[in-house]
Each structure stands twice: as C-alpha cells, then as structure tokens.
Design a protein around this ligand. Structure first.
Ligand code: NAD
Length: 333
C-alpha cells in the first residue's frame, strides 16, 4: 500500500524499511512534519504514517481525505495529536502502537530521576573540565522515600516495580486501578494526596482534557517542598511556567522531563546552530536542577523494532480488510 511516512529520521527509514521487507508496501519517506503545508506530499497515498509531533487536526485530515488517504498510523502509543472525531467523519481509520516495550520508557524515567537527583549529568560535565569538586552535587537516598505515580498502566506499573525495588513507598492515582500495581504494594490515593505526600512524582498517564496541566501552580503549591517531578509522558501534563516558578522558589527541588508542551517546533532536530526563540525551554535548561531530554524514552532497539513491525502489520491488515487490532476510535465511535 502506498504510504507517506512523515517525520522520518534516519532510524525510521532504516527500521521501517526492514520491517517492510516481506510486506513490500510502497513507503515514501519525508523528513518534514505533517502540517497543513506538507499534507500535499501524501497525494495519492492510501496510508499516512505519523509521529508524536505531526499535526493531524481536522484541517489536515480533511486535506488527506481529499487526496485519498484512508488510514493514519501513528508510530506511538499516545494519539493526542490526532483529531479522532474528524478522522471518523472523513472515513479515515486511525491505528497506533498500543504495545511496545514499556520497559524502554519506565527504565528511562528511572534514569532521569537518578540523573536529576544525583546530578549525574552535571558531575560528568565537571569531570570533563577537570573539575572533581563535589560541592553542589548532593542528592538524597531514594530508599525509604515516597514515589507517587499518576497513571499506573503498563509503563507506570513497571516504573512502580523498579521504585519498590529501590525500597520506596509507592502511591498511585489512576481512573482504573491496576491489580498488578496493588500486588507490588502500591496504594491508590487521590491525586492531591499523592502530590502532597510524594518526594518524587512521575507522570505516566495519557494527555487528555482531564489530564492537561494536571501539574499546575495550585498542585505544585501543595507538593512536598523540594520534591522532584519526572515527566516522560506528554508535555501538556505540566504547566511549564508554573514549574519554572516553583523551581525558582525551591518548592520544586528538581525537574526531569523527556517531553515538553511546545516540543513540536524543537524536538527531533539539530538546532545547535540556530537561535532558539522559545524562552521557556531556555529558562528550563538554565537551572542546575533540571534535566531535559528530547523525547527519547522510547528509543531502544527493542521498542523501535516492535513499533515498526506493528505499524507495518496494521497497514497490511488494513489493505487486506482484516480487523485492526490497534485501531483507536473516537469517543463518539
Ligand atoms: P497505558 O494505557 O498502559 O497506561 C496509561 C494509564 O493512565 C491507564 O492506566 C489509564 O487508566 C491512566 N489514566 C488515564 N487517564 C487518567 C487520569 N485522568 N488520571 C489518572 N490516570 C489516568 O499507557 P502506557 O503504555 O503506560 O503509556 C503511558 C503514556 O506514556 C502514554 O499515554 C504516552 O503519553 C507516554 N509515552 C511516552 C513515551 C516517550 O518516549 N516519552 C513513549 C511511550 C509512551
């Protein structure tokens, strides 16, 4: 099936082409993000394959539908960038990758937490300069601390298991309690109680209307002073300006983020020779107790392999008129 692949980086081309060897779909790779301007590149493509920062809103879907697109396949778990109701209106099916190594993201979240708490990146930068001073690098033991997890699905529960292994008390908040989370000693509490009681809060819920800015000025004011916030889920879960204000006063003791609300114009590209006009991200990276990575938590060979195979399998199933195991339906649908 003729498929336009947007936001295609070198590894996307390599791994998707590898996964496509048997299926033999005609893949057209575009480095551009999908936007209203670039949608014309998908002219005549029955399928369009996107990633987290592509724009798949009602206007883009109308353009795609007019050009013959019938399937949108996102190479991600989250699908908040896609207007599902508009897709349904235009008769475009939407598939995602519901299952791929959740260890990739959970392990990365642990890495971010250790890096920000124990100042590992700062220490490494110092030693490269011949500075072996420890002043300013003190962290705290995770053992015996309380870790609050918002969203105890696949990734959140693995993160909880690792934190329990560190000897932490684990609190959770979720619309749907997960027995696997409770089995490892996790206890569910309301979100306000979780934020107030936790030394570390880690976000693992999807971005929805209900979770947008779930961490905001009011909740940060209720947080334990000096606590650490980890976000590997979606940037929109955190009101970044409120987080900056809390970092300035020390109310927030550390921030480790792999995702950022305005990441679409920054992430997945080399801007090291450009003037970055986003003052919020520039302020964030200036804090010694903040770590920002560019949406790489999923980036392991296992996860990428599974993402590409599932994506190709979905395109094949669609072509053959078979049921779509990874279809996402609009709430109305
Ligand atoms: P999942 O569906 O297994 O778990 C999500 C959990 O969040 C579910 O248990 C759900 O009930 C819960 N939830 C939904 N709304 C909630 C709310 N209002 N309050 C509290 N909990 C709520 O998904 P997953 O595979 O664990 O992925 C979690 C998120 O991680 C994804 O939605 C995605 O945004 C993010 N993610 C990020 C990366 C990355 O590279 N940084 C990669 C994959 C996924």
């Amino acid at each position: 099936m003729k498929t336009a692949v947007f936001s295609a980086r070198r590894y996307d081309k390599l791994m998707l082409a590898q996964a496509n060897q048997e299926a033999g779909h005609e893949l057209l790779f575009f480095e551009e993000r999908l936007t209203r301007q670039s949608a014309a590149l998908a002219q005549g493509c029955t399928a369009v394959c996107v990633f987290v920062n592509d724009t798949v809103d009602a206007d883009v879907l109308a353009l795609l539908a007019g050009q013959g697109t019938r399937l949108v396949a996102t190479r991600s778990t989250g699908y908040n960038q896609i207007d599902l109701a508009a897709a349904e209106k235009h008769g475009i099916a939407v598939v995602r990758v519901a299952d791929y190594s959740p260890y990739s993201v959970a392990e990365f979240a642990v890495g971010l937490l250790l890096a920000v708490n124990r100042k590992i990146a700062r220490a490494s930068m110092r030693t490269r300069e011949g500075n072996f001073e420890l002043d300013g690098l003190m962290g705290f033991d995770l053992h015996g601390k309380t870790v609050g997890i918002i969203g105890t699905g696949k990734i959140g529960t693995i993160f909880a298991r690792i934190m329990a292994g560190f000897g932490c008390t684990v609190l959770g908040n979720d619309l749907h309690p997960n027995p696997a989370f409770e089995a490892l000693g996790g206890r569910y509490v309301p979100v306000a109680e979780l934020i107030a009681a936790s030394d570390v809060v880690s976000l693992h819920c999807p971005l929805t209307d209900a979770t947008r800015h779930i961490v905001n000025a009011a909740s940060l004011a209720q947080a334990k002073r000096g606590s650490i916030l980890v976000n590997t889920s979606r940037g929109g879960l955190v009101d970044t300006e409120a987080a900056i204000a809390a970092l300035k006063t020390g109310q927030l003791g550390g921030l480790a983020i792999d995702v950022y609300e305005q990441e679409a114009s920054l992430f997945f590209q080399d801007l090291s020779s450009s003037i970055i006009c986003d003052d919020i991200i520039q302020r964030l990276v200036s804090f010694p107790n903040v770590i920002v990575t560019g949406h790489q938590a999923f980036f392991t060979s296992e996860a990428i392999g599974q993402i590409m195979q599932t994506t190709i399998a979905s395109i094949t199933a669609f072509e053959r008129g078979q049921p779509l195991a990874n279809q996402v339906l609009s709430r109305a649908g």
